[in-house]
Design a protein around this ligand. Structure first.
Ligand SMILES: Nc1ncnc2c1ncn2[C@@H]1O[C@H](COP(=O)(O)OP(=O)(O)OP(=O)(O)O)[C@@H](O)[C@H]1O
Ligand SMILES: [Mg+2]
Length: 235
């Protein structure tokens, strides 16, 4: 079966004046539909860069990223936005909530992008992350962990086939972290969705199908139930 995500020999370099940072170097990986994949690695190893490429928020210098059969390099800016709204739910490391909008409006936003705002569903999602009573609060009136939970509700708004979560439990206490992980993993397990989870926490209660480790922009280890070399053809 065709993988949902196929990253082929991807390199990404950031250049700024005299500094050149090789964020990803010749990275290849494949992720099947319905898989829960954990990505770990030290700060600066390229985890967020990888998620940004898969979300079509950025483009590689070399290589290809193919998601659900779509070569992301071929997308115009408008089609990339549509791809994100239809296929991807992203929980950003820095939440990226819209400060002028309430929690509820932030969750409604991806639905509006597809022309199907559903207030009941948005309220239910806020309830699932334990924020039913904070729906009219703006991000500045919420704690960091609460903003992160709104960001998770927003990522699930359109029931995306691919959820990219960048340290989604980084600012949460153990109980909230467990709740949020339960929500994310049940979205994956029960609905056949795919989750790429960047986390340093080894002891996520949820079992992952695969674990990738990045170091210095290179995949240094791949492990999981499926240990055949179908996952990664990194040199
Ligand atoms: N916009 C940018 N301009 C220049 N360099 C960047 C930019 N974004 C990332 N980098 C650099 O690319 C490398 C990889 O960054 P990335 O954000 O992917 O790391 P990360 O693994 O997500 O780290 P962390 O765990 O701290 O979030 C780092 O050295 C970072 O400084
Ligand atoms: Mg990061």
């Amino acid at each position: 079966m065709q993988p949902l995500v196929s990253v082929r020999s991807v390199s990404k370099t950031y250049r700024r004046e005299r500094s050149v940072v090789g964020a990803l170097r010749d990275v290849s990986l494949e992720i099947g539909q319905g898989e829960l994949v954990r990505i770990s690695g030290p700060s600066g190893s390229g985890k967020t860069t990888l998620l940004n490429l898969i979300a079509a928020l950025d483009r590689p210098d070399q290589g290809q990223v193919i998601v659900a059969g779509i070569d992301l390099a071929c997308l115009s800016a408008a089609r990339a936005s549509k791809y994100r709204a239809q296929q991807v739910g992203m929980v950003f490391q820095a939440y990226n909530l819209i400060p002028q909008l309430s929690a509820l409006e932030n969750v409604l936003l991806p639905m509006i992008a597809l022309g199907r705002a559903n207030k009941t569903r948005a309220c239910e999602l806020l309830d699932l992350v334990g924020l039913a009573d904070r729906s009219d609060h703006s991000p500045s009136q919420l704690s960091g962990g609460e903003q992160q939970r709104v960001a998770i509700a927003r990522a699930l708004a359109n029931d995306p086939s691919l959820v990219l979560a960048d340290e989604p439990t980084g600012n949460l206490d153990d109980q909230s972290a467990e709740r949020v992980m339960g929500l994310l993993t049940s979205a994956v397990r029960e609905r056949g969705r795919t989750l790429l989870l960047v986390t340093h926490q080894r002891d996520t209660a949820q079992t992952v199908d695969k674990h990738l480790e990045l170091r210095g922009g290179v995949i240094t280890s791949v492990s999981g139930m499926n240990t055949s070399d179908d996952l990664c053809s990194a040199p």
